[in-house]
Design a protein around this ligand. Structure first.
Ligand SMILES: *Cc1c(COP(=O)(O)O)cnc(C)c1O
Length: 379
């Protein structure tokens, strides 16, 4: 099956008792048993729910994974992965990381004795330098947020593999339509389903997918034991969103390319960060490991101040000023104070994230309206 067919059919079957083509929202906390422990695969809804199962099978199909587990949010999925580690274990990650992930790593797991190194993962020599005997996890986020740098998944996964560490890719920014990390050798994939998978900015959710049996057993144990599970209605919304993933992302990417070109030619715009531009430092790598270049575009003005950036953000009318990404509507945001506000200023600036950076999440509106909106805001 090709991706576009899988987005609609992977793991999906009509419901058994009624033939309902779309999975019902199984709004129940428990399930009747014929005799103690004799049931139809579901005993209690923290452990499992058929609507959730339908979503897990669909995401597993899209990521070419044997299994998937869904969570109440993206950070809950990351939390579960980190809980497979032990005090003293070491994690390597990028210095250009989603702010919420950085906060979880440094403020929750560091005090519990997990150790972290944040390096420029676009340079594999930097990654190699910080590997130790106790490195158990390599956390890859690519394209990075918000600077849209590209990390070589194949190389990072191979290096982790050779040294006995697990490689996990946060695939939220690309979505499985544009990038399938397991096919590049990664051990597991994580998603904030809040973004492209849900696609309509109406639900919070997370997912972990992998074909590593032991790892997934541990993840399912975390689901059951720590309980950060998504409700059936939320699972239904993400399921429904995924069925148009390929159509939405395709249009968003088309819009992103046109906006990146438009901004590159605008005299008062300083730097444009978009992997699809020839001058992007990892343009070739992006072309090799992704099916297309994504729908996120970041830029700064030549007047490289926070005031100027705020000025632009306040003026857009179609681009809504808001956190998040991956929905049908276009958003504009200020990473330094919004998504990355939880990263200290000196750490942010060391990673190249300036207070003047503006980030766009391209939606599926008409491109001319979007460009006109930017035009009037930039003037
Ligand atoms: C949003 C996001 C997360 C966290 O997901 P939530 O659903 O908001 O908890 C993690 N990683 C990336 C790249 C994200 O964009």
């Amino acid at each position: 099956m090709k991706f576009n067919t899988k987005a609609i059919h992977a793991g999906q079957e009509p419901e058994k008792t009624s033939g309902a083509v779309m999975p019902p929202v199984f709004q129940t906390s428990t399930y009747a048993q014929k005799a103690p422990n004799e049931h139809q695969g579901y005993d209690y809804a923290r452990v499992g729910n058929p609507t959730r199962t339908a979503l897990e099978k669909l995401i597993a199909g899209l990521e070419e994974a044997d299994e998937c587990a869904c969570f109440s949010s993206g950070v809950a999925a990351i939390d579960a992965i980190l809980k497979t580690l032990k005090p003293g274990d070491h994690v390597i990650s990028t210095n250009d990381l989603y702010g919420g992930t950085y906060r979880l790593f440094t403020q929750v797991f560091e005090p519990y004795g997990i150790r972290f190194s944040f390096v420029d993962m676009t340079d594999m020599a930097e990654v190699e330098k910080v590997f130790t005997e106790s490195t158990k996890l390599v956390w890859i986020e690519t394209p990075t947020n918000p600077l849209l740098r590209i990390i070589d998944i194949k190389k990072a996964a191979q290096m982790s593999n050779e040294r006995g560490a697990l490689s996990v890719v946060d695939n939220t920014f690309a979505s499985p339509y544009l990038q399938q990390p397991l096919l590049l050798g990664a051990d597991a994939v994580m998603h904030s389903t809040t973004k492209y998978l849900g696609g309509h900015s109406d639900v919070i959710g997370g997912a972990v997918a992998s074909s590593d049996k032991n790892f997934m057993e541990n993840i399912h144990f975390q689901v059951k034991t720590t309980g950060a599970v998504p409700g059936p209605m939320d699972c239904y919304l993400v399921l429904r969103g995924i069925k148009t993933l390929h159509l939405r992302v395709q249009r968003s990417v088309e819009n992103a390319k046109k906006v990146a070109e438009y901004l590159s030619e605008y005299p008062e715009v300083g730097t444009v960060y978009y992997p699809g531009l020839d001058n992007h430092p990892q343009h070739e790598l992006a072309a090799a490991q992704m099916n297309d270049f994504g729908a996120m575009v970041s830029f700064s003005m030549k007047d490289d101040t926070m005031e100027k950036a705020f000025d632009v953000m306040k003026k857009t009318k179609i681009f809504t000023l808001a956190e998040s990404l991956g929905g049908v509507e276009s958003l504009i945001s200020h990473p330094a104070s919004m998504t990355h506000g939880s990263i200290p200023k000196d750490v942010r600036e060391k990673a190249g994230l300036k207070d003047s950076l503006i980030r766009l999440s391209m939606g599926v509106e008409d491109i001319q309206d979007l460009i006109d909106d930017l035009e009037q805001a930039l003037q």
